[in-house]
Design a protein around this ligand. Structure first.
Ligand code: ADP
Ligand code: MG
Length: 318
């Protein structure tokens, strides 16, 4: 019998999405086909402490099932590069670009990918400005105020007045020194899974997130138990094709590898599609929209895991 591949599954970590990561990692551990793989769980605690020192003699490949800063932003990916260990998913640059909403939009705009109008400023610029309105006057209400470098809707506000804007900026500044303010659009929220290497990645059937209320705030995302979604999304074929094409262009724009979930706003009045963001390690249980979108596209969850691990080895050339 050939040796099984030892897969270190990294989970937890010092991010607000610690719990979500544990759930995703458990799903990966449960589903990895045992005839091929020998999984090892590596739970990083909330202070960022590792239970073991990862080394090449402990694992053949690493699956960082980590969400948010530290695990999804290139920090852990850089650590794995220094260890010479193959790992699943995007590399350092793509992870870092995707974790910062300003850098991500610059990459998209440079490639002609549509994003909603936005402005950004630093904490210093906000605090020394004598005219806050001037900073956002190119936008209309409602606006979305966000810390540039987080995920999972934390620190985000939907605002409809200068007073709310000021409060929203203070909240965002509690999380990051860089703030982005985006034009709000009234839109359906679509997602598309990307899977593959740099050169010939595939896009899944699009899905639609069902949004309770005005927007997907933290509570709607995590405290209501299931991700409520229609997969595949009910869309005209032309729109579905545009979503898939834009998803691949967004993945290319950041230099993506392995997997990503690209999120869209489909504006109701105009029919326009905007790329809202790209997530390089989306929620990853078998019930997550990423996995369901691939299942609906003919790639069941265990096969998805196998393809991602093969891609990790293909990149490292081993
Ligand atoms: N420009 C926008 N127009 C309309 N809704 C938005 C806009 N930006 C964010 N939202 C709403 O806020 C949610 C979270 O925003 P997002 O940029 O995806 O942050 P996160 O990275 O925390 O997921 C979206 O899923 C959507 O419901
Ligand atoms: Mg989002």
């Amino acid at each position: 019998m050939t040796e099984r591949v030892r897969v270190a599954v990294l989970a937890g970590g010092p991010s607000a999405e610690h719990e979500v990561s544990l759930q995703s990692a458990q799903a990966v551990l449960d589903a990895l086909p045992r005839e091929l793989y020998e999984p090892v769980a590596v739970i990083i605690d909330r202070r960022g402490r590792w239970p073991v020192e990862l080394r090449r003699d402990l694992a053949d490949v690493v699956f960082p099932v980590l969400h948010g800063p530290f695990g999804e932003d290139g920090v852990v990916q850089g650590h794995l590069e220094t260890l010479g260990l193959p790992y699943v998913g995007c590399g350092v640059l793509a992870s870092a670009v995707a974790m910062n909403k300003v850098a991500m939009r610059r990459a998209f705009l440079a490639e002609g990918i549509p994003v909603t109008p936005y402005v950004w400023f630093s904490e210093h610029e906000w605090r020394t400005s004598t005219d806050h309105w001037a900073l956002v006057k190119s936008l209309d209400w409602p606006m979305y105020v966000k810390p540039a470098g987080l995920g999972s809707s934390i620190g985000i506000s939907r605002v409809t007045s200068m007073e709310e804007l000021r409060a929203g900026v203070e909240l965002a500044l509690a999380h990051d020194r860089m703030v982005i303010v985006e034009q709000g659009v009234s839109a359906r929220e679509l997602i598309c899974g990307v899977l593959g290497d740099h050169d010939t990645p595939d896009a899944s059937a699009p899905g639609e997130l069902i949004v309770p209320g005005d927007w997907l705030d933290y509570e709607a995302k995590y405290l209501s138990r299931a991700e409520i979604a229609a997969i595949p999304a009910v869309l005209p074929e032309r729109v579905a094709d545009d979503v898939r094409e834009l998803a691949l262009r967004a993945f290319r724009a950041i230099g993506g590898y392995g997997l990503s979930r690209v999120d869209f706003l489909h504006e109701q009045d105009t029919g326009r599609l905007y790329v809202l963001e790209i997530n390089t390690m989306p929620g990853f249980t078998a019930r997550s929209v990423y996995a369901r979108a691939w299942a609906a596209s003919g790639v069941p969850y265990p096969e998805l895991l196998r393809r991602l691990i093969d891609l990790a080895f293909a990149r490292s050339g081993s």
